[in-house]
Design a protein around this ligand. Structure first.
Ligand SMILES: NC(=O)c1ccc[n+]([C@@H]2O[C@H](COP(=O)([O-])OP(=O)(O)OC[C@H]3O[C@@H](n4cnc5c(N)ncnc54)[C@H](OP(=O)(O)O)[C@@H]3O)[C@@H](O)[C@H]2O)c1
Length: 272
C-alpha cells in the first residue's frame, strides 16, 4: 500500500489522515512528522499512525509526501528535504495557501512531481472543496492517486494554471466566510423581525444546509431553483428584488476580484 508522509501534523494534516483512516486506509502506512512531541503523541494515540520528529526520516520512506505546514515556514521546512526527495522521488502534494508550484520546485528539486492543492476550511469536517494544479512531471497515475487521497476530505477539481488557482482561492478558498457572513446577517435580520436569537440561528443554518443540499442534488441550475421558489408577487420576490436593487451581483463580483488580487499579491510575497 502507498506510504503517505505528512510534513506538519496540524489541523489540515489531521483532517486528511483522519478522513483516510475513516475510509479504511491502513494507519500503518501513514507517517506524520512534526516538531511537537505532544502533538505526535496525540495523533499516535487517536489514529495509530507512525510518527517522526525528523522530516527527512519520514520522507525517506514515503511514496507520497503531503506538505501541511504554514506557508510562512514552507521554504525553511522543505529546502533541507531536497536530498531525500530527490533520492526517493515521491509524489509531493502541498496544501499550503499561496505557495506556487514554481516556488516549491525552486526550493527543492525541479524534477519532482508536485501537486498544489488549495483546500478550504470545511475540509476539517470532510466537506471541503479543493482546487488542484499539477506540474509537468505529474502523471495520470499521480493525479488519480491525488484524487484518491484528497477525496477523504471532500471534493476536488483540477485547474490548468496558477491564475485559475487564484480564482479557486477567491471562490471556494475564501468562500466559506462569505456564507458565514450571509448567515450572520440573516440571523441578525431575523432577530430584528422578532425571532429569538437561537431560533433565528437554527433556521438560518438549516436553510443554508437545505439550499446547498438541494442545489447539489438537483438536475436544475441554481438560477432555475431560485425562479422555482420565487412566485409572482410573493414574499421571496420582494426579497430578491431588494437584493438585486442593492447590487448583490456586482458586490459579489467585486468581493471575489479583491480576494483574487490579494491571492496574487500573497503568492508574490510568500514566494520571495
Ligand atoms: N486549516 C485550514 O482550514 C486550511 C485551509 C486551506 C489551506 N490550509 C493550509 O494548510 C497548511 C496547514 O495549515 P493548518 O491549519 O493545518 O496549520 P497548523 O495546524 O498550524 O499545522 C501546521 C503544523 O506544522 C508544524 N510544523 C511547524 N514547523 C514544522 C517543521 N519544521 N516540520 C514539520 N512540521 C512543522 C506545526 O507545528 P507548530 O504548531 O509547533 O509550529 C503544526 O503542527 C497551511 O499551509 C495552510 O495554508 C489550511
Amino acid at each position: 500500500m502507498t506510504k503517505i508522509a505528512f510534513i506538519g501534523g496540524g489541523n489540515m494534516a489531521s483532517a486528511i489522515l483522519g478522513g483516510l483512516i475513516e475510509n479504511g486506509y491502513d494507519s500503518k502506512n501513514i507517517l506524520v512528522s512534526d516538531p511537537s512531541a505532544e502533538k505526535l503523541a496525540e495523533l499516535k494515540n487517536q489514529f495509530s499512525v507512525q510518527t517522526f520528529t525528523d522530516n527527512n526520516e519520514a520522507v525517506a520512506q514515503a511514496d507520497v509526501v503531503i506538505l501541511a505546514v504554514k506557508p510562512q515556514v514552507m521554504q525553511r521546512v522543505i529546502s533541507p528535504l531536497t536530498e531525500a526527495l530527490t533520492t526517493k522521488q515521491p509524489l509531493v502534494i502541498s496544501v499550503a495557501a499561496g505557495i506556487s508550484l514554481e516556488s516549491l520546485a525552486d526550493w527543492t528539486d525541479s524534477s519532482l512531481a508536485i501537486v498544489r492543492c488549495m483546500p478550504n476550511t470545511p475540509a476539517l469536517v470532510q466537506q471541503g472543496a479543493s482546487g488542484l494544479l499539477a506540474n509537468a512531471q505529474v502523471s495520470e497515475a499521480h493525479k488519480q492517486l491525488t484524487d484518491d487521497i484528497l477525496k477523504a476530505v471532500g471534493l476536488n477539481v483540477w485547474v490548468e494554471n496558477e491564475s485559475q488557482l487564484d480564482a479557486v482561492t477567491a471562490l471556494s478558498g475564501s468562500g466559506p466566510a462569505y456564507f458565514f457572513l450571509f448567515i450572520e446577517s440573516m440571523i441578525a435580520a431575523g432577530e430584528k423581525l422578532g425571532l429569538a436569537s437561537e431560533t433565528a440561528k437554527t433556521l438560518a443554518l438549516q436553510t443554508a444546509l437545505g439550499a446547498a443540499t438541494m442545489a447539489s442534488k438537483s438536475e436544475h441550475e441554481p438560477a432555475q431553483l431560485r425562479k422555482n421558489v420565487t412566485s409572482p408577487n410573493g414574499t421571496t420576490e420582494q426579497a430578491i428584488l431588494t437584493f438585486q436593487k442593492m447590487g448583490i451581483e456586482d458586490m459579489v463580483e467585486q468581493a471575489m476580484k479583491a480576494a483574487f488580487d490579494r491571492s496574487i499579491e500573497l503568492s508574490k510575497e510568500l514566494g520571495k
